[in-house]
Ligand binder design. Structure first.
Ligand code: ADP
Length: 220
């Protein structure tokens, strides 16, 4: 309601009042749009645990392609090069994994430095887990903030420099932890960042959260 009516005010009365009024209506419209985005992101955050799907055999190369296709406009606009190695198939909630890939690749594009963004995704075996890396050539992160950025609403930049709600990485952490994995970043300012995450090769869901009607052989 707030968003629609401020936009209606803008459409009907922009340039019919004085320039202060135009400016104030502009702020109200922007604020309402931001509030809407923030509510949607918060809902997505809360739904990670309340509305997750069962894990199924998930080809991470397909997940990568889906994320890249959702980001097509931003990739085109920024001239980003987004590449991957062959990625494994593992038990996961596919739509949640797309949101993790999309957030990490999207951040690699958004927080780019002077060069066009380059993001490379790879995965190696590490014990009974897969270790994924998302490497970018962007602005990097001071080591003192490396943990804080995964906390909801924590951002390192003003809204005018880089827009955002500060919820994306908190969603990634919650999804990865729901899958029995961990997520962290290694970075140096101006030298790019590599986000790492682990995902178990075998299904965790059945052990930790028994689901009626679910069988291990459905996933592997
Ligand atoms: P948002 O992008 O909406 O602010 P995120 O939770 O995705 O929220 O990220 C939190 C903060 O972490 C960002 O505001 C930014 O300061 C920092 N950040 C995330 N990804 C990167 C990256 N690839 N390079 C540099 N900084 C990053």
């Amino acid at each position: 309601m707030v968003s629609s009516y401020t936009q209606l005010l803008e459409r009907r009365y922009k340039n019919k009042l004085d320039s202060d009024a135009n400016e104030f209506i502009g702020y109200a419209v922007d604020g309402a749009k931001r509030m809407q985005t923030q509510i949607n992101d918060l809902l997505a955050y809360s739904r990670v645990t309340t509305q997750g799907n069962l894990f199924e055999g998930t080809n991470c190369s397909d997940i990568f392609e889906a994320a890249v296709s959702n980001l097509a406009a931003g990739i085109e606009e920024s001239g980003a090069m987004v590449t991957r190695d062959l990625l494994p198939t593992l038990p996961a909630d596919p739509s949640q994994l797309v949101s993790v890939f999309q957030n990490l690749i999207g951040n690699g594009i958004k927080y780019h430095g002077d060069q066009p963004p380059r993001i490379h995704v790879s995965a190696v075996e590490s014990g009974n887990e897969w270790l994924f890396s998302f490497k970018d050539n962007g602005i990097g992160i001071e080591s003192e903030f490396a943990e804080r950025i995964f906390v909801i609403f924590q951002r390192l930049h003003s809204q005018t420099k880089y827009g955002g709600t500060g919820i994306g990485l908190a969603i990634c952490k919650k999804v990865v932890e729901r899958h029995g994995g961990r997520i962290w970043v290694e970075s140096e300012p101006q030298k790019g960042s590599t986000f790492y995450l682990t995902l178990p090769m075998r299904n965790q869901q059945e052990k930790d959260h028994p689901v009626p009607g679910y069988h291990e052989n459905q996933t592997n």
